[in-house]
Design a protein around this ligand. Structure first.
Ligand SMILES: Nc1ncnc2c1ncn2[C@@H]1O[C@H](COP(=O)(O)OP(=O)(O)O)[C@@H](O)[C@H]1O
Length: 177
C-alpha cells in the first residue's frame, strides 16, 4: 500500500464505496453525491470512457483494468477531496486518498436476483455470489485500510439505501481536516 495518510490537508473528505457488483455502490454513491454536492466517480465507467484498461477479458466478461492508469488519472482529483469513488475493489488505490471506506453487503438471495436481472449467468454469476458469501470485499478493505475508517453497511432494501446515505452524509458533514 503506497503512502501514509496525509488526508489532513484536504478540506473535504474522500469516500470510497466498495462491495461486490450489484450491492448498490453506484446507486448509493450517486445519491450521496447529490445529497452532499460531492463528485461521484464511478471507476468502471471511467475505465471505459478513458480507455484505462488492457483489453477485454473473455473469461471474466469485463475489461482488464489498468490500475496504474486509473491511479494516475485520479491523483489530482483526489488531492482536493470532495469525491465519492465507487469500485468493486480497493487494494490498488493509495491508502492516503480515503477518509472512509464503505463496504456494501447484500444477502445472497437478494444479490442473486439483482445480478440475474442484470443479465449475469454462469461463472460470472457464481463468481460474484461467492465473492459476497466469502466477504472478499470486506476482507480486502480491512487488509488495505485502517480499521477505524472501514465500515460495512447492509444494502438489501431501498430503505437501507436511504439510511446509508443519511448516515454517510452526517459523517461527511461532521468530518474535520
Ligand atoms: N439496497 C438496495 N435495495 C434495492 N435495490 C437495490 C439496492 N441496491 C441496489 N439496488 C438495485 O440493484 C441494481 C444494482 O445496483 P447498482 O447500484 O448498480 O450496484 P453496483 O454499483 O454495486 O453494481 C440496480 O438496479 C439498483 O437499483
Amino acid at each position: 500500500m503506497a503512502g501514509g495518510n496525509n488526508g489532513t490537508r484536504r478540506q473535504r473528505p474522500n469516500i470510497l464505496i466498495t462491495g461486490t457488483p450489484g450491492t448498490g455502490k453506484s446507486t448509493t454513491a450517486s445519491a450521496l453525491a447529490e445529497a452532499t454536492n460531492f463528485k461521484h466517480i464511478c471507476v468502471g465507467d471511467l475505465v471505459k470512457e478513458k480507455n484505462l484498461h488492457d483489453g477485454w477479458d473473455d473469461q471474466f466478461e469485463s475489461y482488464i483494468i489498468n490500475e496504474d492508469l486509473v491511479c494516475d488519472e485520479l491523483e489530482d482529483i483526489m488531492v482536493g477531496g470532495g469525491n465519492i469513488v465507487d469500485y468493486h475493489g480497493c487494494d490498488f488505490f493509495p491508502e492516503r486518498w480515503f477518509d472512509a471506506v464503505v463496504v456494501l453487503q447484500t444477502e445472497n438471495s437478494v444479490l442473486y436476483d439483482r445480478l440475474t436481472r442484470r443479465g449475469y449467468s454462469g461463472t460470472k454469476l457464481s463468481n460474484n455470489i461467492e465473492c459476497e458469501i466469502f466477504q472478499v470485499m470486506l476482507e480486502e478493505a480491512n487488509d488495505s485500510y485502517k480499521e477505524e475508517i472501514v465500515v460495512a453497511l447492509q444494502s438489501n432494501t431501498l430503505q437501507d439505501i436511504d439510511n446509508n446515505v443519511a448516515r454517510l452524509k452526517e459523517r461527511i458533514e461532521s468530518w474535520r481536516p
